[in-house]
Ligand binder design. Structure first.
Ligand SMILES: Cc1ncc(COP(=O)(O)OP(=O)(O)O)c(N)n1
Ligand SMILES: Cc1ncsc1CCOP(=O)(O)O
Ligand SMILES: [Mg+2]
Length: 211
């Protein structure tokens, strides 16, 4: 039974682009995307605060589900829809403060042990990855593949899930067929020859997510 300790999200979050600039957030909202993440790596809070605030304001204007990766203090300060945290971040972030501020929480997992840890935090959704090899992030482990993904989704039952890692346009349908509620993509959009067409095609496959 899905009983998160943070505000719930719909099981189907649909297409979930993960991007590194406010420009991308603006473009994708305009293109109809309604679940997305601002992921700017390795900066200090003051360096990213303006971008985080601008992305959150845009997300609000479009009534979108905008998650902030890593910068949970800024996400609280500017009242984001949600925060996405990795396993290491879970050790240092103030989950009580995120919960008290009413933000949704997404947590990364790579294997069964990390799923145990994530489930103990009772987040709003659980991300599963990386499914396929990825050029976007250095991963210490091997890709899960589709069969492992299916096993993890089955274990999680009605818990909202997001698959990530190497999900190209040509692989998206196979991933969605495993029953995941959302596909998170970086390069399938940002490196596409025609990002608008790629986004439209991915939206057709994954949807915009449920209300
Ligand atoms: C939807 C989604 N899933 C997983 C990740 C990876 O998060 P994390 O493990 O914190 O790694 P970084 O993205 O911070 O490098 C994600 N960002 N989004
Ligand atoms: C941030 C992140 N976390 C696990 S894989 C990944 C990168 C996904 O990027 P791509 O969709 O380009 O493989
Ligand atoms: Mg992170």
């Amino acid at each position: 039974m899905y009983q998160p300790d943070f505000p719930p999200v719909p099981f189907r979050l649909g297409l979930y682009p993960v991007v590194d600039s406010v420009e991308w957030i603006a473009r994708l909202l305009e293109a109809g995307v309604r679940t997305l993440q601002l992921r700017i790596k390795d900066k200090r809070d003051p360096e990213v605060e303006d971008d985080v605030a601008a992305a959150i304001a845009l997300g609000r204007r479009y009534n979108a589900r905008l998650f902030i990766n890593d910068y949970w203090r800024l996400a609280i300060k500017h009242q984001a829809y949600g925060v996405h945290l990795g396993q290491e971040d879970l050790e240092t972030a103030d989950l009580s403060a995120i919960r008290a501020a009413g933000l949704r929480l997404g947590v990364s997992t790579h294997d069964d042990m990390e799923m145990d840890i994530a489930l103990a935090a009772r987040p709003s959704y659980i991300a599963l990855g990386h499914v396929f090899p990825t050029q976007t992030k250095q991963m210490p482990s091997a890709p899960q593949g589709l069969e492992q993904l299916a096993r993890h989704i089955a274990r999680l039952g009605d818990y909202p899930t997001v698959a990530i890692g190497g999900i190209s346009l040509s692989r998206a349908a196979d991933v969605l067929a495993k029953g995941v509620g959302s596909i998170a993509v970086v390069s399938a959009i940002t490196q596409a020859a025609d990002w608008r067409q790629a986004t439209e095609q991915l939206l057709t496959l994954a949807g915009v997510g449920d209300e």
